[in-house]
Design a protein around this ligand. Structure first.
Ligand code: ADP
Length: 662
């Protein structure tokens, strides 16, 4: 088949840029990436056939610069622009500028975007088309007392929404008339600050609300189909966390009603391309054909589109490209059906234990469970910067039944390993295991209600610590030809920091290759320790259980970070010199010891030379990491016990200082 375009430009970054390129490649369409300074080495740039630099990291100066992006498309000979989601995707002025430049916008018309752009006008339009909307006031009178009177008429609780709002911003729930004016002022402030528009509407707050949305698709020949619904009720602060398709508890009758309302909505604006009609649904009991109301339309591809792809077998980006090139919808409504059940979880660099503070950092390790579809824009070694949305990946599972797809999601999340930054992986796995969610009984308030139990920090277990210890000391049982006692001491003190707690442990390497570790009265003994790359497996001595984890060692400035990754959790432990602050400090000051087992790859220390504290005396390599050997104090080197190329044991004395230099 002839490709819909010969070359397209993707005006986006991260996972969605990569996602669009994947389909473009499949269809034989060449791709042009655009990138900011912060993204010069990003995956989307690497995967594109061509890439054009468009500016500094700030989105306002790069990914939101319509003129630069259009210029890049013209310069590279791209015929069309795919906007992804976010950034310029719902900006009608951008669409007009793209078309004025003689290019095709892969998405709806500027007119359709405008019609749905403001929540109040969109609701009026939908009312006219006969689509049920949430009862409320969406008129032009913005007088506070008038709005308060409208809220009384609607009945409390009410939701005040900035008409230009998005992403959950500019929204305030008000429970009693006494709180109305304050809620109004703060919604207006947020609307003004975030969107430059203080205009609000008032809605009845639907109790036990569920968020169910319908994927629609139109072409430029007047055809519109729907691709069924998605349930996006698992939300935090009005933002989606886990999505699924189809919606649990959906009946044929309700599905017929909600999808036909969605198609009516799309037809009312002659919609072309991929779009989503979002409904708020009464979830206080079984779903009813009269229990859903239009909230808004998103005139683009959604983040959660993969769950629809999974259950329908349709590549939505392929449809977007073909339809933008003028093709008719490839399937009729009766040709579309639901196959099984799908989930998507949004993996973020954020810390659930600190109120979901966004995290940044270098991904020292990133690996996914191969059983799931993993849409990502980053690789091991890439950085999560503070410039953009800190989403790392979307984890998507599909199976015949909801239970099986959910079990698959939990497995996939537990097999998602990220080192170098905090993530919400364990939070997502716990959420996916929540009993009400498993039972399909939930509304948008579930996360908030159980927030404490879903976000509590789990301290590392003794098994995590022993794994970290093995890595910290660079122990590899397979490489030990001469037993464990090469350096004379079978016992090692280990000092690790987890969060702000210092863990003092003693690790013993027994002659029969058992490893035991004690922290106070608690202890663990491992047998059959095996190391394969970053994977450590072992048997626990007194139980017949085997345990395993991926252990990643990375050097962060002066500190060595050991990430023990298991079950979707990354325990980050920093290793400290065990003698720091202890009575052993004199010994420490007289010698440089090997921090772990490894190979000396560089040595500048020479007997008799005077060195200063902090001077680099050599470099060791262990677990694929380089570690500098530095002088612990000013002094004269008395002896050097190692040579370049030599393998040394963790703890071994490598360089000795003269006593008199104390
Ligand atoms: P945004 O454009 O900021 O995403 P939406 O209008 O799509 O805002 O609403 C976001 C979320 O807020 C919904 O998914 C739902 O959880 C909640 N919400 C919106 N309207 C109502 C309502 N009338 N009653 C209860 N919850 C609502």
């Amino acid at each position: 088949m002839k490709p819909p375009f010969s070359k397209i430009l993707i005006a986006n970054r991260g996972e969605i840029a990569v996602r669009v390129m994947k389909t473009a490649k499949k269809l034989g369409v060449s791709t042009v990436a655009v990138y900011s300074d912060a993204d010069a080495k990003s995956l989307h740039v690497f995967l594109a056939d061509e890439a054009v630099h468009i500016g500094p990291p700030a989105a306002a100066e790069s990914y939101l610069k319509a003129d630069k992006i259009i210029e890049a498309a013209l310069a590279t000979g791209a015929e069309a622009i795919h906007p992804g989601y976010g950034f310029l995707s719902e900006n009608p002025d951008f669409v007009e500028a793209v078309e004025a430049a003689g290019l095709t916008f892969i998405g709806p018309s500027a007119k359709a975007i405008r019609a749905m752009g403001l929540k109040d006008a969109a609701k009026d339009l939908m009312l006219e088309a006969g689509v049920p909307v949430v009862p409320g006031y969406q008129g032009s009178n913005q007088d506070p007392d008038f709005l308060a009177a409208e809220a009384d008429k609607i009945g409390y609780p009410v939701l005040i929404k900035a008409r230009a709002g998005g992403g959950g911003k500019g929204m305030r729930k008000v429970d009693t008339p006494a709180d109305f004016l304050e809620g109004l002022a703060s919604a207006q402030r947020e609307g003004k600050n975030a969107f430059g528009d203080a205009h609000v509407l008032i809605e009845k707050f639907i109790t036990s609300p569920r968020h169910i949305e319908v994927q629609v698709f139109g072409d430029n020949h007047g055809n519109v189909v729907h691709l069924f619904e998605r349930d996006c009720s698992l939300q935090r602060r009005h933002q989606k966390v886990i999505e699924e398709a189809p919606a649990p508890g959906m009946t044929d009758e309700v599905r017929a009603a909600i999808t036909s309302a969605a198609v009516t909505a799309a037809k009312a604006i002659s919609y072309s391309g991929a779009g989503t009609i979002e409904f708020i649904v009464d979830g206080s009991g079984p779903l009813r054909p009269d229990g859903f109301w239009f909230m808004e339309m998103n005139t683009r591809l959604q983040v959660e589109h993969p769950v629809t792809e999974a259950i329908t077998g349709v590549d939505l980006v392929e449809w977007q490209l073909n339809i933008a090139a003028g093709a008719m919808l490839p399937l009729r409504q009766q040709d579309l059906s639901i196959n099984g059940h799908a989930f998507e979880a949004r993996l973020y660099a954020e810390d659930p234990t600190t109120g979901f503070l966004p995290a940044t950092g270098i991904l020292h390790h990133l690996s996914f469970d191969a059983s799931a579809r993993n849409d990502t824009g980053v690789r091991t070694g890439d950085e999560i910067t503070p410039w953009y949305d800190p989403m790392i990946a979307k984890v998507i599972t599909h199976a015949n039944t909801r239970n099986a797809a959910l079990a698959g999601l939990i497995t996939a999340l537990q097999g998602t390993h990220v080192a170098g930054t905090a993530t919400n992986a364990r939070f997502l796995a716990d959420l996916a295991s929540h009993k009400d969610f498993k039972a399909g009984q939930f509304d948008t308030g579930l996360i908030e209600r159980d927030l404490d139990s879903l976000t509590c920090a789990i301290p590392p277990s003794i098994a995590h610590v022993v794994f970290a210890g093995i890595a910290a000391l660079g122990i590899d049982p397979a490489a030990q030809t001469n037993g464990w006692r090469l350096w004379g001491a079978a016992q090692h003190r280990l000092k690790l920091v987890s969060n702000d707690d210092v863990i003092d442990a003693t690790m013993t390497l027994h002659a029969d290759k058992r490893i035991s570790l004690a922290i106070g009265d608690d202890s663990i003994t491992l047998l059959d320790v095996a190391i394969d790359g970053t994977q450590i497996t072992a048997r626990v001595g007194d139980m017949n259980a085997s345990i395993n984890a991926q252990v990643i060692v990375s050097q962060l400035n002066e500190k060595r970070l050991i990430s023990v990754l298991t079950g979707g959790v990354s325990h980050d432990l920093y290793s400290l010199d065990p003698r720091s602050g202890s009575a052993d400090s004199t010994a420490h000051a007289n010698a440089v010891t090997a921090p772990m087992t490894g190979v000396i790859i560089q040595l500048t220390a020479a007997v008799g030379t005077h060195v200063q504290e902090g001077d680099k005396l050599g470099v060791m390599e262990a677990m694929k990491m380089e570690t500098a050997l530095v002088a612990p104090r000013d002094g004269v080197i008395a002896e050097v016990f190692c040579a370049v190329g030599e393998t040394v044991e963790g703890g071994a004395t490598l360089i000795l200082f003269q006593e008199d230099a104390e």
